[in-house]
Design a protein. Structure first.
Length: 322
């Protein structure tokens, strides 16, 4: 079985507990979008490596232990004394929707350089997955683009979850040109409705954005919380309803969704050569998306990121309730 590699940031989510008489209390959870996706894949029974940089601090120790305990490969993780592990303080509203306060930069994950990639992580590589949080400054963006290029050269599928967090970008302004550089290297793109709207800058419509994405990508997925998922290939498109659940924490929903999809592709031995045939089989594609949607729905019913992600059996049980 080929390996999935998830590259980028791992960080600590400090989740606000309900306020009491002693002031606000935050609980520590392991998180970070590509790290969450890696754990989702491993929990579901897939084979996955996380690649990134952690601080040589108590939080880096906690993340490394959490990845290892979740079954994620960590042999390509680097440690550094030059910056601390990134932190995110998270508060939730009554619907489980998040508000973030980030302590990054500086942060260890931003220090991962092109020459930190081990050649071995591109051997037997099936899928290489990233998100936009490793595009927030020029240096880490160059590293991310290099990883995508090397993955493509190795014959792997490439996947991007836009996962846009404006607060992580200088002055809160994502550089749209830099995002498009990465998107041009993706076989699969997942983005939320509001991220699709962001990419409409200088483009006449959402349909035009989808059309531009599909010049390079072969599958584009648009999520919108509990609303139906819209999927697009170069030849067709469709809409898929999601499971109705009561959300208490939406932090890792998108990561659980993409992890479920990538794990399903790995389980069915879908590589870059077989990907177009898979996409042409609408029943197979929609089955894979239903499974991914069940993973995302399950994750919102628990607090935390790593802690919220389902096993294969839990995803199937939720899928069966549809």
């Amino acid at each position: 079985m080929s390996t999935i590699v998830c590259f980028g940031e791992a960080l600590i989510d400090f989740l606000a507990a309900p306020e009491g008489g002693q002031g606000r209390v935050f609980r520590q959870f392991a998180g970070g979008a590509p790290a969450n996706a890696a754990v989702a894949i491993a929990r579901l029974g897939g084979t996955c490596e996380f690649v990134g940089m952690l601080g040589r601090d108590m939080f880096g120790d906690f993340l490394l232990d959490s990845l290892h305990e979740s079954g994620v490969g960590t042999r390509f993780v680097h440690r550094t004394d030059r910056a601390n592990t990134a932190l995110a303080f998270v508060s939730l509203d009554a619907r489980g929707e998040r508000s973030f306060s980030f302590y990054r930069p500086p942060a260890a994950d931003l220090l991962f350089a092109q020459n930190d990639f081990d050649d071995a992580c591109f051997r037997d590589l099936g899928i290489f997955h990233v998100c936009s949080n490793s595009m927030t400054d020029a240096r880490i963006a160059e590293t991310t683009l290099s990883g995508l290029q090397r993955a493509r050269a190795a014959g792997a599928l490439t996947s991007i979850d836009v996962n846009l967090r404006p607060a992580l970008w200088p002055e809160g302004k994502p550089v749209i040109e830099r995002l498009w550089q990465a998107l041009a290297l993706a076989d699969m793109v997942k983005l939320a409705r509001e991220e699709l709207e962001f990419l409409q800058q200088g483009t006449p419509s959402a349909d035009a954005v989808i059309e531009r994405l599909l010049r390079d990508a072969r599958l584009v997925l648009v999520t919108d919380g509990g609303e139906p998922i819209r999927w697009h290939t170069r030849n067709t498109n469709g809409v898929l309803p999601t499971q109705a659940v009561t959300a208490i924490d939406t932090t890792a929903a998108g990561d659980a969704f993409i992890g479920g999809l990538l794990c399903g592709l790995q389980r069915d031995d879908i590589d870059t050569a077989r990907f177009d045939a898979f996409l042409a089989d609408t029943d197979a594609l929609q089955h894979a998306l239903r499974y991914a949607a069940a993973c995302g729905a399950f994750a919102v019913t628990r607090h935390g990121s790593f802690a919220s992600l389902p096993t294969h059996e839990e995803a199937l049980a939720l899928l069966a309730t549809r």
